[in-house]
Design a protein around this ligand. Structure first.
Ligand code: PAF
Length: 299
């Protein structure tokens, strides 16, 4: 694996691959890698000649400074994992490389998407995500961009930013990877103590509860019960939502044809966890391979 720290060196290296008409796949990360990230690397390797991974803990997407300071950093282990997964290039830039002193922060018109769920509870977060992913895409110019469904709304936001900016890359959304007991893999799980790790399970249990019951009874009653399960377990809930899978508009009345997703964000003491599950089992964001939010979302 080639380790590169600057954009000019990255572009020089990628130009050599491009000369051979090799397709380039890209997996952006903030490090503290786990098998969820490695599943993205594997998918990228399967479908592209060259796999580029970036590790950059992006300061502009942390609305809470304490969360930024405590974000886990495990760079040596990350490099070992990427080597073992046969990643070709690791891009590991410093903050000044991505945000030079003369950097002018771009604003992205994300519309409705930025006003709900993560956008509502983490003001400015998605602007920061767009700023960095836009810069990374400009530097790597990949054919395919690999993202995890665990960050469902982020997948929609990045897809929209790609459209807005006209990047010529196809987003590929890959399934959430779970621990054996159901907890979605997340870098933030490293911050959980032993007791919190046990309690954390309530989040996937609440989502499975929604998934199993969404075809019966009132959706609002099911949503409220899931929220209660989390509160009883000791979570401080930001939201439990049942939404249209393509638009994230809340769904109140079930329509058999409508594809739905349940989304949760909640604090376990200091650690904020998010997770989601597509409710209609016959459909998955993953089945659509490339994930296109509806055109109404774009307005
Ligand atoms: O999901 C993440 O790890 C980050 O939000 C991303 C996409 C790497 C941008 O910093």
């Amino acid at each position: 694996m080639i380790l590169i720290k600057t954009i000019p060196q990255l572009q020089e290296q990628l130009a050599r691959f491009r000369g051979k008409r090799s397709s380039i796949g890209f997996v952006p990360t903030m490090g503290a890698l786990h098998q969820g990230h490695i599943s993205l690397i594997n998918k990228c390797k399967e479908t592209n000649a060259v796999c580029v991974c970036s590790i950059f803990v992006n300061p502009t997407q942390f609305n809470n400074p304490a969360d930024f300071e405590k974000y886990p950093i495990t760079i040596e282990k990350d490099i070992d994992l990427l080597e073992a997964a046969d990643c070709d290039i690791l891009f590991l830039p410093a903050v000044a490389e991505m945000y030079p002193p003369d950097d002018v922060k771009e604003h992205y018109n994300l519309g409705y998407l930025e006003t709900i769920l993560e956008g509502k509870y983490r003001p400015g977060h998605f602007q920061g995500v767009c700023q960095i992913v836009d810069k990374l895409l400009a530097a790597v110019t990949p054919d395919h961009l690999f993202l995890g469904q665990k960050d469902y709304q982020q997948c929609m936001v990045i897809t929209k930013m790609i459209e807005l900016k006209g990047h010529k890359t196809t987003p590929i959304i890959c399934p959430t990877i779970r621990e054996k007991d159901g907890l979605a893999m997340s870098s933030r799980n490293l911050r959980l103590n032993e007791q919190e790790r046990i309690t954390a399970l309530a989040i996937s249990k609440a989502l499975f509860y929604i998934k199993e019951n969404a075809c019966t009874g009132s959706l609002e009653a099911i949503r409220q019960h899931a929220e209660q399960l989390l509160t009883n377990a000791g979570y401080k809930v930001d939201y439990v939502a049942i939404a249209d899978a393509a638009t994230l508009q809340p769904v109140e009345n079930r329509d058999a044809k409508q594809q739905m997703v349940a989304l949760v964000a909640a604090f376990l003491n200091e650690v904020r966890l998010i997770d989601n599950m597509v409710v209609n089992s016959e459909w998955s964001i993953v089945n659509s391979e490339t994930f296109a939010p509806s055109k109404e979302m774009a307005s």
